[in-house]
Design a protein around this ligand. Sequence first.
Ligand code: NAP
Length: 248
Amino acid sequence: MEPEPERRFRGRRALVTGAGRGIGRAAAAALRRAGAEVVALSRSAADLESLARECPGLEPLCVDLADWDATAAALARAGPVDLLVNNAAVALLQPFLDVTRDAFDRSFDVNLRAALQVSQIVARQLIARGAPGAIVNVSSQASQRALQGHTVYCCTKSALDMLTKMMALELGPHKIRVNAVNPTVVMTDMGRVNWSEPQKAGAMLSRIPLGRFAEVDEVVNSILFLLSDQSAMTTGALLPVDGGFLAS
Ligand code: NAP
């Protein structure tokens, strides 16, 4: 007989940004399997349509998070949310001397400003309803280590770590917990673009005590732990999912 599907998020409504591909897509699907109502937000409609076909009942929400006004309008249609995963990001790699204004602005708009804006909207609704909530920001090991060619990306993730702590500080009294996960390389589309070159990958692998990159599901498991009541006393934490990279 099939085992009972896990239903630990039954009765909770979750919003996952960047849910079209990679970690966000897997997190949205896992939350749906675990019984949550799921709003899956991303930029490309085709990705959301295929995800909605795979996950019956999932609600797609198509918007470019770099557009503040469009994001506010889309979130107004999302309904009340209990659990939020700020996952959408871009990784536009350039050597420090070649960093462009466009790459800087787009990276900070998507990786940091959108996380702040979406969290504000969700937190205001939670406070108005008097409901508890949990937010997970998907950061990176790159928030805490300088990586060649990653100036802007590293800076967005450092700022996201501090945003996580600030939100934990100010939203804690409202029973809203805020934590981050900080993965090492994961071979999603983003990971493949930036880490497929064997020499570059080898140099990174040699700095990871467990000697491998992370799997998508390993990141998703940590996200779900931080969203769940199993981590009820944890807020403001930055959880490495990095095989020990940040410890070394
Ligand atoms: P991915 O495969 O590139 O997927 C990113 C998703 O976010 C896509 O569906 C993308 O949609 C969406 N997105 C990007 N910009 C958006 C925007 N402006 N508005 C709405 N949606 C947008 O990335 P991933 O590897 O799954 O990464 C997910 C998170 O993990 C990111 O925060 C990333 O920084 C973090 N992370 C990744 C790695 C890694 O090695 N992969 C390591 C550490 C941390 P479109 O394709 O339509 O733009």
